[in-house]
Ligand binder design. Structure first.
Ligand code: CA
Length: 230
């Protein structure tokens, strides 16, 4: 059964989420504090975390950062719940590696649809199990692991999908819209600037091989066979 961990301090919202997620066929774990939520995530290996931004003991941002930095939890998708309909918060949320966000007040139906979309994206059939070796870059899709010059690089699930998508379409320019569609699997609800923020972060993490990902001005991005600088 697919398990969703809900980290939310407002009991009314917890109840509504649990009721509707269970009705949609999910198992539900609940935490009302960030620390408790982290502990549950480490111990219970949920398939997805629904994470409130404003928690009593810590911020959802910090919880997200911790989840995405630890080996045992970094592949678990995180959907942020936020009361702030603010573009900066959204981008910051994505910079931290959150996989999606939902602004309160939300419709329960939409929330369930988006939880399903995030789960599909992270567990889709589009991820063959073979490892990719490419120059100084090695990607193991199944294990969600990436190495540059033999050193492991920690990527979020979304960053990995972005890298693999660009790699699979090597030498072909991918527009931001097409990347949004493939990697995020959603329509225009997310700004194309989100793509830029993620590519920037991915390139930073790739360090020495960052120039495999080339910016095509005014269009999007391309994975190139032979970067000029390598
Ligand atoms: Ca709250």
């Amino acid at each position: 059964m697919t398990t969703v961990l809900v980290i939310e301090d407002e009991h009314d919202i917890q109840d509504v989420l649990e009721y509707n997620l269970r009705a949609a066929g999910f198992d539900v774990l609940r935490a009302t504090q960030g620390g408790q939520g982290l502990q549950l995530a480490r111990e219970s290996h949920p398939d997805l975390v629904l994470l409130d931004l404003m928690l009593p003991d810590t911020s959802g941002m910090d919880v997200c950062r911790t989840l995405k930095s630890e080996t045992s939890t970094r592949c678990v998708p995180v959907v942020m719940l936020t009361a702030k309909n603010d573009e900066i918060d959204r981008v910051v949320g994505f910079e931290l590696g959150a996989d999606d966000y939902i602004v309160k007040p939300f419709s329960v139906r939409e929330l369930v649809l988006r939880v399903r979309a995030v789960l599909r994206r992270n567990d889709g059939p589009g991820a063959p199990s073979r490892a990719i070796e490419f120059g100084e870059l090695r990607i193991d899709r199944e294990a969600h692991r990436v190495w540059v010059q033999g050193e492991e690089v920690e990527l979020t699930a979304l960053e990995l999908k972005l890298l693999v998508t660009l790699f699979d379409r090597k030498n072909r320019v991918q527009s931001r819209e097409s990347l949004l569609d493939t990697v995020w699997g959603m329509d225009a609800r997310i700004s194309t600037r989100t793509v830029d923020a993620h590519v920037k972060r991915l390139r930073e993490k790739l360090g020495h091989v960052r120039d495999y990902i080339e910016t095509v001005r005014g269009v999007g991005y391309r994975f190139v066979d032979e970067p000029l600088t390598l």
